[in-house]
Design a protein around this ligand. Structure first.
Ligand code: AMP
Ligand code: GLY
Length: 424
C-alpha cells in the first residue's frame, strides 16, 4: 500500500523510518519532508495546508493511507476532507482534534465525563479573569484558550504575574488563540506523557515518555518544543499506566464516542503524577516531538498495521509490542533557539554518530544543499539511542552527539537526569 505522511520535523522522520520498515508499505511519500525522510521515502513539495492539493496527490498516487504528523492540519480538518474524498487517514477529525485545539473543549470534556484534571474557569473578558485570579491566589496557571504553539501558558508564582499573563492574553499577543483565557489551579507532582491510540471505540496503550521543555541544563531558560526525551518514564509505573487508561484515556474515548464525534488516532496525554495519582494537564491529538523519536525505536510491532487497525476499527485485535530497552533522544538546536536562529550553517559527521551502537539520528530542521546537510530551523537534529537502561541510552546518545561536527548548534547535557536520579 502506498502511504503519504504529512509533516517535516523530527517526529515525521521517526514516523517515516518506522513506516518504511513495515512489509505493508509500498511507496512512501512525505510532504514536505526533510533530508532524513528522503532517506526512507520520497519527499514531495506539497503545501499541506492546501487540502485539495493533498487529496489530489493522494488520488493520483493511489495512496491507501494518509498519516498526519502535526496538529495544525488535524485542527484544520484535513482528515474530514480526506475521508470525504474516500481516502483513509490516520488522525482525528476536526471536532475531536479540539482536544488539542481548545483547552476549554478538553476541560469541558473532563467535567462531563469525570476525568481528573485541575479545577478551572474560562473567561472571555479581562476584568472577571483578573478578579478570579485575585480571589483564587497563587500559584495559578493562566492559558490562552486556543492553539498557541506551546507559548500560551504561564505558571504564575504570584498574583501579579498571573494578572500580567491575563493582560497579555487579552492584548492580542496570541491572535485568535487569545480570545479566551483558561485559568486553572496549580498541580503539584511530576510530569509525564502517556500515549495511546484509539479507533473511536477501543483505545490501546502505547508507552510513556518524558520530555525536557526548557532550553538549558537544569530545566532552566525559556520553554521550547522539547530539547530531549526518554521512554519509558519511570514515574509511570504499571499501576499508574493502568489508572491513566481507566480514569483518563478510556473515559475520553467513550465520551467522544457518546457525543457522536469518535476519536481515531493518537491520544497524547500530558499528565501530572501527584500524591493522589494521575491528572490530565492537556491532550495533544498526535505524537509528540521529540517523544516520537523515542517511541518509534522502541516499537517492535508494525506501525502501519497498528494505524490500519485504528482507521478500520479493529484495534481490539491489535497487539502492540515494545522493546524492553529504554530510548533517549538529545535534540541539537541552532544557537539562539527558541529565539531567532541563523540558517545555512553546515553539519558534518552525522554518519559517524550513527555508527555508535543503538543510535539513530533523526533530522528535524535540516536541508540538503548540493549533497551537504545544512541547518534550516530551530530544532535541527534528534540523536536517539537505545540501551537496556536510561543511563546507558544517555551515554550512547551523548557519545554520538560528540561525533557531530556543527559548531553553530547546542544541546542540553543533562537529558534524562530526572529518571537517572530516580533509579540510582
Ligand atoms: P500545556 O500547554 O497546557 O501543556 O502547559 C504547558 C506546561 O505548563 C505543562 O507542561 C506544565 O509544565 C505546565 N502546566 C500546565 N498546567 C499546569 C497546572 N495546572 N499545574 C502545574 N503546571 C501546569
Ligand atoms: N514535545 C511536546 C509536544 O510535542 O507537544
Amino acid at each position: 500500500m502506498n502511504i503519504l505522511l504529512l509533516g517535516s520535523g523530527g517526529r515525521e522522520h521517526a514516523l517515516a523510518w518506522a513506516i518504511a520498515r513495515s512489509p505493508l508499505t509500498g511507496r512512501l511519500f512525505i510532504a514536505p519532508g526533510n533530508p532524513g525522510t528522503a532517506q526512507v521515502g520520497a519527499n514531495v513539495a506539497l503545501d499541506i495546508a492546501d487540502h485539495a492539493a493533498v487529496v489530489a496527490f493522494a488520488r493520483e498516487n493511489d495512496i491507501g493511507l494518509v498519516v498526519v504528523g502535526p496538529e495544525a492540519p488535524l485542527v484544520a480538518g484535513i482528515v474530514d476532507d480526506l475521508l470525504a474524498a474516500g481516502i483513509r487517514a490516520f488522525g482525528p477529525r476536526k471536532i475531536p482534534a479540539q482536544i488539542e485545539g481548545s483547552k476549554s473543549f478538553t476541560k469541558a470534556l473532563c467535567d462531563e465525563f469525570g476525568i481528573p484534571t485541575a479545577a478551572y474557569a474560562r473567561f472571555t473578558e479581562e476584568a472577571p479573569a483578573l478578579a478570579y485570579v485575585r480571589a483564587r491566589g497563587a500559584p495559578i496557571v493562566v492559558k490562552a484558550d486556543g492553539l498557541a504553539a506551546g507559548k500560551g501558558v504561564v505558571v504564575a508564582e504570584t498574583v501579579s504575574e498571573a494578572e500580567d499573563a491575563v493582560r497579555t492574553v487579552f492584548s492580542g499577543a496570541f491572535g485568535a488563540a487569545g480570545a479566551a483565557v483558561v485559568i486553572e489551579d496549580f498541580l503539584a507532582g511530576e510530569e509525564a506523557s502517556f500515549f495511546a491510540v484509539s479507533d473511536g471505540d477501543t483505545a490501546v496503550p502505547l508507552a510513556s515518555a518524558q520530555d525536557h521543555k526548557r532550553a538549558y541544563d537544569g530545566d532552566q531558560g525559556p520553554n521550547t518544543g522539547g530539547m530531549g526525551a526518554y521512554s519509558p518514564a519511570p514515574v509511570v509505573t504499571p499501576e499508574i499506566a493502568e489508572r491513566v487508561m481507566r480514569e483518563i484515556v478510556n473515559p475520553t474515548v467513550a465520551g467522544l464516542k457518546a457525543r457522536g464525534t469518535p476519536y481515531c488516532g493518537v491520544l497524547y496525554a500530558g499528565l501530572m503524577i501527584g500524591a493522589d495519582g494521575p491528572k490530565l494537564i492537556e491532550y495533544n491529538a498526535r505524537f509528540g516531538d521529540p517523544e516520537c523519536q523515542v517511541l518509534m525505536p522502541r516499537l517492535r510491532s508494525d506501525l502501519v498495521a497498528l494505524m490500519l487497525a485504528a482507521v478500520e476499527g479493529r484495534l481490539s485485535e491489535a497487539a502492540v509490542e515494545w522493546s524492553d530497552d529504554a530510548a533517549l533522544t538529545v535534540v541539537i538546536a541552532a544557537r539562539g533557539y527558541p529565539g531567532a536562529v541563523e540558517k545555512g550553517s553546515r553539519i558534518r559527521n552525522i554518519e559517524a554518530a550513527e555508527e555508535v551502537e543503538g543510535v539513530t539520528v533523526f533530522h528535524a530542521g535540516t536541508r540538503a544543499v548540493d549533497g551537504r546537510i545544512e541547518a534550516a530551523g530551530g530544532r535541527v537534529l534528534a540523536v536517539t539511542a537505545l540501551a537496556p537502561t536510561i543511563a546507558g541510552a544517555q551515554a550512547r546518545a551523548y557519545e554520538a552527539v560528540a561525533k557531530i561536527d556543527w559548531p553553530e548548534g547546542f544541546c542540553r547535557s543533562d537529558i534524562g537526569w530526572r529518571a537517572i536520579a530516580r533509579v540510582t
